[in-house]
Design a protein around this ligand. Structure first.
Ligand SMILES: Nc1ncnc2c1ncn2[C@@H]1O[C@H](COP(=O)(O)OP(=O)(O)OP(=O)(O)O)[C@@H](O)[C@H]1O
Ligand SMILES: [Mg+2]
Length: 113
């Protein structure tokens, strides 16, 4: 669900022909997943809000044909899942790129209690 929403967002918010990068690596005791796209990115003033339930960015509420693009729930649910696994989800600030860059960090040794 976490990966699904991030990749679905990247596809949804990136024009055809652009590249989406998905990188997974282990670092110290964490798994780090990066999903990087070449879309319009997320406005600085909306970066904190995208994890709120029902929030949809002003740039991206409607598709090219005016269709409503989503409910605004995907990232809120993804954040709940990540939090439940003692991880974190961040937007990485990247001056060299225009698109969005989401990073999920999860402890490799997490055990349900
Ligand atoms: N990769 C991205 N590039 C640009 N904007 C994004 C990206 N991912 C998320 N956003 C912005 O964050 C908002 C919230 O994302 P979220 O996944 O929660 O909702 P959604 O994709 O609109 O709907 P849902 O996931 O419920 O179908 C999006 O509407 C969009 O404005
Ligand atoms: Mg979504």
């Amino acid at each position: 669900m976490i990966v699904d929403n991030l990749i679905t967002n990247a596809i949804k918010f990136t024009p055809p022909g652009k590249t989406i990068e998905v990188l997974l690596r282990a670092e110290n005791d964490s798994a780090i997943l990066d999903v990087i796209d070449e879309g319009q990115g997320i406005r600085d003033d909306e970066k904190e809000k995208v994890f709120d339930a029902f929030f949809r960015g002003t740039r991206t509420q409607r598709g090219e044909r005016g269709e409503i693009m989503g409910s605004g729930l995907g990232l809120a649910i993804a954040k709940e899942y990540v939090d439940a696994h003692c991880g974190r989800i961040d937007i990485v600030k990247d001056d060299l790129r225009t698109g969005a860059h989401f990073r999920v960090t999860l402890p490799l040794k997490w055990k349900p209690t």
